[in-house]
Design a protein around this ligand. Structure first.
Ligand code: ZN
Length: 425
């Protein structure tokens, strides 16, 4: 199929349109998106006295359109391991045990095969940027999945941008010299690698966290942490991270994933922490599906607490916030599809999000929020690659319900889905 020169009558989300974009009945009017050489050339409001759309244009007739997705937090190394496991104890620590027992099955080709399947699913749903964590167990041995991810980053270059994070438990940073060795190994992997750690009240050490952040700073690395993935109100990983970043004048970006404990803390304490986070170079990533499954998990008992962090309060403070897939078909989460829209659908219910399409869909699309210098100007499609996702069966009231059927464009060309209904006759 020929690449279209115009996507006529597209419905874009409010966050992606300029403040002076015309409205009709309280909603943004439809947009004409002009494409050229695989990029978006212009976006302008459709109007009733428009001339007919050009012959090689499409009429989207109000179809919802989003830019390609960023899936900011996944575990490609563990994906699809659940089917070969026997019994898994409930909760986060039970899942970690099951994962340790599965390690006997891991080889480079096993990891490559499972992770490739995940990347294929990500590519099909419209994702352009995936960040994966990789379990890193030993202080002096690079895990076998680590170089496999670096290979996959090259294999998928130009289709899916893949970043990899070393998921290292905090005690391995207790010794400053060892922390620096770990950071150097990560740095040597390339610019798509980040230093990461698992920060939890069961392994808490402020000294180790400081060593992690100081060694990242010394090696000019960005950081991505699993922080306070628990409902223990005394977990202080997030507030301490924000304080240390200020003390050492950290210049990179730090992603803090999960931070469920905020929801269990007294509001005054949680809000003071979020105020400090808003002043720090921190992006929050919420993983609603795994947190629903792993928090307050006891066999045979209905969970009462839901583990979602304070996403509305974070956003009210201007903290960059993304939703992501996390675990897919492994002992941490038996569901999942490497489709971040599914994560947002879960969040919309568990966190009672208002207007998921117009307000919250940016939490799937703002890849700049993972970068050192997130955009300071309002986001725009103009000038960007025409990597777009068209939701052919959904409407803005119910989205992301009925969002499974999609047309995915990469650099203006269809790579997935049926665009025939859009062709002008
Ligand atoms: Zn995770």
């Amino acid at each position: 199929m020929k690449a279209p020169s115009l996507l006529g009558n597209a419905r874009l989300p409010r966050w992606l349109l300029p403040a002076d974009w015309p409205q009709h009945d309280g909603a943004p009017v439809l947009a004409h998106i002009a494409l050229e050489a695989g990029r978006v050339q212009s976006v302008r409001p459709a109007s009733t006295d428009d001339a007919a759309l050009p012959a090689n244009g499409w009429d989207l007739a109000g179809t919802l359109v989003l830019p390609g997705f960023v899936d900011a937090h996944t575990h490609l190394d563990k994906a699809f391991t659940l089917p070969r496991m026997k019994e898994v104890q409930p909760g986060l620590l039970g899942a970690i045990d099951a994962m340790l027992n599965d390690r006997v099955h891991w080889s480079a080709s096993d990891v490559h095969k499972r992770a490739s399947r995940g990347l294929q699913w990500a590519w099909e749903c419209g994702t352009t940027h995936v960040r994966t964590h990789v379990d890193w167990w030993e202080p002096d041995t690079v895990p076998l999945a680590w170089p496999v991810m670096a290979e996959l980053a090259e294999e998928w270059a130009g289709r899916v941008r893949l970043e990899q994070v070393s998921l290292i438990k905090l005690p391995l940073f207790e010794d400053a010299a060892q922390a620096m060795r770990l950071a150097r190994q990560v740095k040597a992997t390339g610019p798509h690698a980040l230093l990461g750690g698992f920060v939890h009240s069961t392994n808490w050490s402020e000294n180790a966290l400081r060593n992690l952040l100081v060694s990242a700073q010394a090696c000019d690395l960005d950081v991505d942490l699993h922080v306070d993935e628990e409902l223990n109100p005394s977990a202080v990983g997030l507030q301490t991270t924000a304080r240390i970043l200020r003390e050492i004048g950290f210049e990179g970006r730090v992603v803090c994933g999960h931070i469920c404990a905020l929801a269990a803390q007294p509001e005054a304490q949680a809000f003071a922490t979020l105020d400090a986070v808003a002043r720090a170079p921190i992006t929050v990533v919420s993983l609603p599906a795994t947190n629903l499954l792993l928090q307050d998990a006891v066999t045979g008992r209905t969970p009462r607490l839901r583990g979602i962090t304070l996403v509305k309060e974070a956003r009210d403070r201007g903290i960059p916030l993304l939703f992501a897939s996390d675990n897919v078909q492994d002992p941490f989460c038996r569901l999942g599809s490497f489709d971040p829209v599914e994560a947002l659908g879960t969040a919309a219910l568990v966190a009672q999000l208002d207007e998921p399409f117009d307000n919250w869909s940016q939490a799937l699309c703002r890849g700049d929020w993972l970068q050192r210098a997130p955009a300071t100007t309002p986001p725009t499609l103009v000038g960007a690659k025409a990597d777009l996702v068209l939701f052919t069966q959904a409407d803005r009231h119910g989205w992301p319900s009925r969002s499974a059927t999609r047309v995915v464009l990469r650099e203006g060309r269809v790579t997935h889905g049926d665009a025939a209904p859009f062709l002008l006759r």
